[in-house]
Write a protein of this length. Structure first.
Length: 323
């Protein structure tokens, strides 16, 4: 991705560019006067920056619609951020599916591909299918900026440092496997599903969340203060299979009592929301809302997409590379 500050002469110039770009990113389109007001940058500087951003393909001047009433005098200039200027992708490589979602730079999903997998499939076969799914999803969507990958196991620094659910999975270097065309970020599937719930699911707007992924195994995702909690080794929330439903309820109740979240979200397919509500009402000093995830099979890929989009947003709006 081109850095906006590559030719900027000063930090002030970069800060002004960020202000203009943020204002456009947050709106469908703005007139020049609206953009000046929203960015709090002078009119001549806004026009210069808009031209620079236009040269990078990130912003464009919006032509007057043929059907719009003709204004008296010179029509006001209008600008828009171009979300189609690039794309991000989120890929789940799990025990039962490889699923890839592709989105524009505002996070609108514009591409999708999926293939079924089995837990017994060897690593080369699983990776080959994942590459096919990735290729099918991104076909026709130019300029892939960042790829996010989510998978089972403890993921640290892009590597699966512990992954005993899938054959040959421990030690896998996901950025090395899927890199080459763009930066690759990787994370644990449950943690990324937690991120997806906060972005577009039941936990939207809630910053203290326990996410429970309950299926053949149980794993937890913790969102504390709006940030994912990984733990010292990246293994926070990773549990071995529980043999009874009571054990699941006790585990979640203990976590809730420890963390004191605003919300518990249940995903993964097991219908345990009602008994968990009963258990938490019995044990907790304060009421805790319990909701069922509505993201379905998309949750991990959506979280990986959010991870990738976060990288793009940091690059668009960062001043860290200015001397």
């Amino acid at each position: 991705m081109a850095r906006l500050s590559g030719g900027d002469p000063s930090l002030l110039r970069r800060l002004n560019a960020i202000a203009v770009l943020r204002a456009l990113y947050a709106a469908e389109e703005l007139t020049l006067a609206e953009l000046v007001k929203a960015s709090e940058v002078s009119r001549p500087t806004v026009e210069e920056i808009a031209a620079d951003l236009g040269g990078q393909g990130l912003v464009e001047e919006v032509p007057l619609s043929p059907d719009a009433p003709r204004p008296v005098g010179r029509p006001a200039k209008r600008y828009r951020f171009r979300p189609e200027a690039g794309h991000v992708a989120g890929l789940e490589v799990g025990p039962h599916q490889a699923l890839c979602l592709v989105a524009d730079l505002r996070g609108k999903v514009v591409g999708r591909a999926r293939a079924e997998l089995t837990p017994e499939l060897d690593a080369p076969g699983r990776l080959a299918t994942a590459h096919q799914v990735l290729g099918a999803a991104v076909a026709g969507h130019a300029n892939l900026r960042v790829l996010g990958v989510g998978t089972t196991g403890v993921v640290s620094g892009g590597k699966v440092v512990h992954g005993d659910r899938l054959p040959g999975w421990t030690g896998l270097d996901l950025p090395a496997e899927f890199g080459g065309g763009c930066p690759v970020l990787a994370g644990n599937d449950t943690k990324l599903a937690t991120l997806a719930e906060h972005w577009r699911g039941a936990a939207h707007g809630v910053d203290d969340v326990v996410y429970v992924r309950a299926g053949r195994t149980v794993s937890l995702g913790l969102l504390l203060g709006g940030k994912l909690h990984d733990g010292h080794n990246g293994a926070a929330g990773e549990i071995r299979a529980l043999e009874r439903t009571g054990g699941f309820l006790e585990l979640v109740a203990a976590t809730v009592l420890t963390v004191d979240p605003q919300l518990v979200v249940i995903g993964g397919g097991l219908s345990l929301t009602a008994p968990l509500r009963t258990e938490l009402a019995r044990l907790c000093l304060f009421p805790v809302r319990v909701e069922t995830s509505m993201l379905g099979e998309d949750s991990v890929a959506l979280g990986a997409l959010r991870l990738a989009l976060g990288r793009v947003e940091r690059e668009l709006f960062s001043v860290a590379d200015v001397a």
